[in-house]
Ligand binder design. Structure first.
Ligand code: NDP
Length: 488
C-alpha cells in the first residue's frame, strides 16, 4: 500500500521535532502536526521559560552579595511586565527556530490537532492523510487534585502568562515544579507558602540532599510546611466561614494578549473565571487567604481524544501509552516517545527516545533508549544535581561507603551568608564504583552534567581520587574526600 508519508509525528515538542528531523534526514517523507505552539512543554511552558525565571529570581542575591564585595548597588525592584515581554519575545524566537529547523529538514508542518482514524490514518481538521509509521509525542499536562474549586488554582502553564506578580502564593506539592517555583517566586519577591503532604520534599531524591535543600529553602524565607495539604478552597470573601481578603489588588488576571493566548491555548485548562484571592483551609486547621494557589501536583500524559484506544493502542493505568523497549505501542505501526509514555519525564530523555526510534525504524538498527543513570537537576536555590542511586536505594542493594561533605562555600561565606553546600558520593564497597552523586549547591546542574559522565562511564572512587582538584572550587570536594563519612 502506498502511504502519503513514511512518518507522521503528532506533537511538536522536543521529542517529536527531533524525531521528525532525524527521520527526514534519512530520506523519509515526514509530516508533523502541532495543535498549539511549536516547541512543546519544554520550550513554551516548561524548562526554557522556567530557567529564564530562575535567572531573573537570582538577582536579589547577586545584588546583596555585590554590596559585600564592595559594589555600590541599588535597584528599584523587579519589573515583571518588562521581563514578561522579553520572555515572550524569546519564546516567539525559539518557536520560529523550531519551525525553521523543521522546514529546513523538509518536514511538512500541519498546524492543527491530529487524531487517529486507524493505525495508518491521521485526521487534521478536515484533512486525512496516511502514513506507514505514526509517532505519538503529545507530551503531558499539569493536573490538579480532585477537590471542589480546584479550578480556582493555577498550574505551571499559567505562571508565564501572569499579568501581575502576586503578593502571596500557596504552592501545593513537593516535586520538581513545586520546589522550583517556590524558589523562583520567592526570589521575585512573592510571599511563598508551600504545602507538601509527605514527610520531606522531593520524594525519591537522596534524603540528606533533600533535607539540606528544605532547610535552605526555609532559611531563605519560604514557608514550607511538610505533612500538610490543602483540604478546602473557595474564592476569598465567600461565605465559607473563613477570613475575608485584605488585599485583592494582586489578582493575577490575564492581559488582553495573554488572555487570548490562554483562551486559545488547548494546553491550558485554566478557565476564564477571575483568579482572585483564594481562601484555603489546610490539614493542620490553618485558614489563610492567598492571591493564588499553584497546583504543582504532577503531570498526566496527553492521551485523551486522539483516537488512540479506537486505533487499538494500549493505554496504561496512569493514562500513558504503553510501549516496549523500542517505543513501539501495541499497534505495530504506532510508536510513542516522551512524556506521553510516562517513562522519565525529561526533555533530553524524550529526545533520546526519538533518536532511538529513528535508528530502529528508519536506519534498520534496533536501538533501545538508555534509561539508566540519567543525571538531572532541580533548579531551586541552591540547585540540586543528582545521578544514580540515593544512599537509601544503594544500601538496600549492596554494602556501600558514603563520602559526604557539607560546607559554606567561599563566595557566600565572604558575603556573610550561612548557606551550606553538599557534595556526596555513594560508593560500592565491592566494585568501588561510584553508584550515585548528589550535589546541593549553586550551579549543581552544571556540575552534575560533568560528574555524570564519570558516573555513567563506571568511574570508581579511586578514579575520582586520582583526578587533580581544581582549586579553589566547590566541586573539588568530589575528588578530595578521603574517608567515608559512614558505611552501610
Ligand atoms: P512530581 O511528580 O515530581 O511532583 C508532584 C508532587 O505533587 C509530589 O510532591 C506529590 O506528592 C504531590 N501531589 C500529587 N498529588 C497530590 C495531591 N492530590 N495533593 C497534594 N499533593 C499531591 O511532578 P511535577 O509536576 O513537579 O513534575 C513532573 C515531572 O516533570 C517531574 O517528575 C520531572 O520529571 C519533570 N520536571 C523536571 C524538571 C527538571 O528537570 N528540572 C523541572 C520540572 C519538571 P508525593 O510525593 O506524596 O506523591
Amino acid at each position: 500500500m502506498a502511504f502519503d508519508y513514511d512518518l507522521f509525528v503528532i506533537g511538536g515538542g522536543s521529542g517529536g521535532v527531533r524525531a521528525a528531523r532525524v527521520a527526514a534526514a534519512t530520506g523519509a517523507k515526514v509530516a508533523l502536526a502541532e495543535e498549539y505552539r511549536m516547541g512543546g512543554t519544554c520550550v513554551i511552558r516548561g524548562c526554557v521559560p522556567k530557567k529564564l525565571m530562575v535567572y531573573a529570581s537570582g538577582y536579589p542575591d547577586i545584588f546583596d552579595d555585590a554590596r559585600e564585595y564592595g559594589w555600590d548597588v541599588s535597584h528599584n525592584g523587579f519589573d515583571w511586565g518588562h521581563f514578561r515581554t522579553r520572555l515572550h519575545s524569546e519564546l516567539d524566537r525559539l518557536e520560529e527556530v523550531y519551525r525553521d529547523l523543521l522546514n529546513g529538514s523538509e518536514v511538512e508542518i500541519f498546524d492543527g490537532r491530529a487524531t487517529l482514524d486507524d493505525p495508518h490514518t491521521v485526521r487534521i481538521n478536515d484533512k486525512t492523510v496516511t502514513a506507514k509509521h505514526i509517532l505519538v509525542a503529545t507530551g503531558g499536562h499539569p493536573v490538579r487534585p480532585d477537590m471542589p474549586n480546584a479550578d480556582l488554582g493555577i498550574v505551571s502553564n499559567d505562571i508565564f502568562l501572569m499579568e501581575k506578580m502576586p503578593k502571596s502564593v500557596l504552592i501545593i506539592g513537593g516535586g520538581y515544579i513545586a520546589c522550583e517555583f517556590a524558589c523562583i517566586l520567592h526570589g521575585l519577591g512573592v510571599e511563598v507558602t508551600q504545602y507538601y503532604r509527605g514527610a520531606q520534599i522531593l520524594r525519591g531524591f537522596d534524603d540528606e540532599a533533600r533535607g539540606l535543600l528544605a532547610d535552605a529553602m526555609t532559611q531563605r524565607g519560604i514557608n514550607l510546611h511538610v505533612g500538610t495539604n490543602i483540604v478546602e478552597m473557595a474564592p476569598a470573601g465567600e461565605d465559607h466561614g473563613g477570613p475575608t481578603p485584605t488585599d485583592s489588588d494582586a489578582a493575577m488576571g490575564a492581559s488582553a494578549k495573554h488572555a487570548q493566548d490562554i483562551a486559545s491555548n488547548p494546553k491550558s485548562d485554566t478557565d476564564k473565571k477571575a483568579k482572585g484571592p483564594i481562601w484555603v483551609k489546610s490539614t493542620n486547621g490553618n485558614e489563610q487567604v492567598f492571591d493564588h494557589v499553584l497546583f504543582a501536583t504532577g503531570r498526566a500524559p496527553n492521551t485523551d481524544g486522539i483516537g488512540l484506544t479506537e486505533a487499538g493502542v494500549e493505554i496504561g493505568r496512569r493514562g500513558e501509552i504503553v510501549v516496549d523497549d523500542y517505543s513501539q505501542t501495541s499497534v505495530p505501526s504506532i510508536y510513542a516517545i516522551g512524556d506521553v509514555t510516562n517513562r522519565v519525564q525529561l526533555t533530553p530523555v524524550a529526545i533520546r527516545e526519538g533518536m532511538a526510534f529513528v535508528e530502529t525504524v528508519f536506519k534498520g538498527n534496533p536501538t533501545k533508549p538508555d534509561h539508566d543513570l540519567i543525571p538531572s537537576a532541580v533548579f531551586t536555590q541552591p540547585e540540586l544535581g543528582t545521578i544514580g542511586l540515593t544512599e537509601e536505594e544503594a544500601r538496600d542493594q549492596e554494602p556501600i561507603e558514603v563520602y559526604c561533605t557539607s560546607f559554606r562555600p567561599m563566595q557566600q561565606a565572604f558575603a556573610g551568608k550561612s548557606g551550606r553546600v553538599l557534595m556526596k558520593l555513594i560508593v560500592s564497597k565491592e566494585s568501588r564504583k561510584v553508584l550515585g552523586c548528589h550535589i546541593v549547591a549553586d550551579h549543581a546542574g552544571e556540575m552534575i552534567q560533568l560528574a555524570g559522565i564519570a558516573v555513567k562511564m563506571g568511574a570508581t572512587k579511586e578514579d575520582f581520587d586520582r583526578t587533580v582538584a581544581v582549586h579553589p572550587t566547590m566541586a573539588e570536594e568530589l575528588v578530595t574526600m578521603k574517608e567515608p563519612m559512614r558505611t552501610a
